[in-house]
Structure formats: C-alpha cells, structure tokens
Design a protein around this ligand. Sequence first.
Ligand code: DP6
Length: 322
Amino acid sequence: MDKVTVKAPANIAFIKYWGKKNEKLRLPANSSISMNLSETYTLTSVEKDKTLQTDRVSIDGTRLNGEALIRITKHLDLIRGMAKEKMFLRIESKNNFPRGAGIASSASGFAALTLAASKAFELNLSEKELSILARLGSGSACRSIPDGFVEWKVGETSESSYAHSLYPPDYWEICDLIAIVGEDSKKVSSTEGHSIAESSPFYKARIAGMPKKISEIKKAMKNKDFAKFGEIIETEAVNMHTVMMTSKPPLFYWLPETVTIMESVIQWRGQGIQSYFTIDAGPNVHVICESKNTDKLKIKLKSMHEIKKVFINKPSIGATLI
Ligand code: DP6
C-alpha cells in the first residue's frame, strides 16, 4: 500500500483517567468518559520504506530521536508483529495545537499512528482492536478511536480495556472552548504523573467514588441535563488536580492564569451564561458550554489578556482515513 494518511481528534476527558493498575499494559485504575474534538487534531502520514534501517518519524517538522522515538518504535513493533512484517516506516505527523500543553497530543497522536500503521501493513482491525492497540501507545488514545462521546471501560485485562461510543457527535450540541494560556511542554509527563498518583492521600477515595460518578454522568448525558453534567465535570477536574497537587512529589499544572479563568467561568455562570471548566494535565482551561452560548463565551475569553488563543471545538468523529 502507498502512503496512508489518518486524521485523529484530541479528546477532552469529562471523567479523567489518572492512575493505572498496570503500567506496562496501560490498564487504568478507573473508567473514563470523554468527547472527541473537531478542531484540535493530528494528521499522520505513514509510508513503508524498504531502504530504512529504523523508523523515521517527524512531528511538526522535527525529527524524533531518543525516548520519544523509542516509544513510537515500540508501538510500531507491536503492529509489525501482528502483521508479520519487518519493514520500517517513514512517518510525518502534524498537530494543529501546541503539544504537551494539556491538550491530549498523545491521544490524537497514538490514535492516528495506530490506524495509519495498521492500514499501511494491511491489517484490517475492528474498532475494538484499534482502541486496545492505541491504548498500549497512550491510554487516552483509545478514546480517540470511536466517534463522538466515548466511554473507556476500565477492564480487567488488555482485551477488555477499550473505548466505545456512547453517542455520535450530533447527539448533543455542546462546545469545548480551549483557552490557551501556556504553550510550553509540561515538565512532568502524564505517564510519570500516573505513576505517582497513588502516593496522594486522596487517591483511594477518588477511585472508590468513580463507579457512582460514572453512572451519574451517564445519566446526565442521557437526559441532556447540562447543569448536572457541568457540575460533575467541574468537581471531577478539581478532584483529579487535588490528587496531582498532593502526590509525592507534588504536581502543579495550573498557572495563575488558569485560576483566573476558572473563577471567571464561575462568575459568568452566576450571570446566566451557563458554562463549566475542566482541565487536563496542563495549564489550559477547557470551557464547556451548550452551543447557544458559544459566541458569548468566545467574546469573553478573547477579551482576557491572560489568554493567548482560543480553540472552539464541537464533538467529532474518531480517527479516520483520509
Ligand atoms: C490528565 O493518556 O497521556 O489527560 O497512558 O501514560 O500516555 P499515558 O497517559 P495519558 O494520560 C491522560 C491524562 C489526562 C486525563 C485523561 O485524558 O483522561
């Protein structure tokens, strides 16, 4: 097969994945729920090349080496093993958003890579198989495979830990306005963060509360009860960051600007513009609203000097060949 190109969305977790019960297999400590994002994505092109002695990977124009390349080559080795292939790949990947700044670039990146490489090696994998494989590259990547609103079931084994679509993108007209305050790569990667989550005295309570939280958010999504949904996602984000900040060593992903935006969202809500925040492992704030409020919030966010850029996302389909 010639060049294969895939587009895969980043996703925002409403119920977060933080902590693993098996690091090697990236089996999460809890189920998580997310939405794929229409305007923040990775485009990855993959080509088999028999002249190569190693995989050749460039991301946003920079050739990868060291640890970053090893992580990708290991993932490709899995796919080569499944396809009984030996050939190395020439890979070019582009993100339309800053990497490592709390928009899940590893999610869209590994989802795109998994689908593209499996197609280049002429494997015809099911959505479930692709999701499992993407998870082995980066946990949250398994949620960028299916469409729309997605649940990653915790699973007890590698075969039972994958994501599936709860609702298609057009099920609910909600938006994620990502307010970018910092574009630097984070100092502590999510992978390192997961590994120290258990050292927080609040971790056990967080995990114990998950089944109830998951069933409550699913009910709110089913009823399209935006107020209930918003309350759950905001509390959940603060809960995860509490675990992060109380881990040993502590992880502070927020910047002063992050807190300013969080407070503004609460204030706007008091004024009748219903919106809620959530934050992943970085300083940027995801402001979630119903689409009827998108324009008002866009104006508010764009007028804040703390904010460098705003990405406006609708729910999106998952990884696709283009
Ligand atoms: C805070 O999927 O990046 O964004 O499996 O080690 O690659 P690895 O971790 P990763 O963790 C994402 C953490 C999060 C929450 C979430 O997306 O659920």
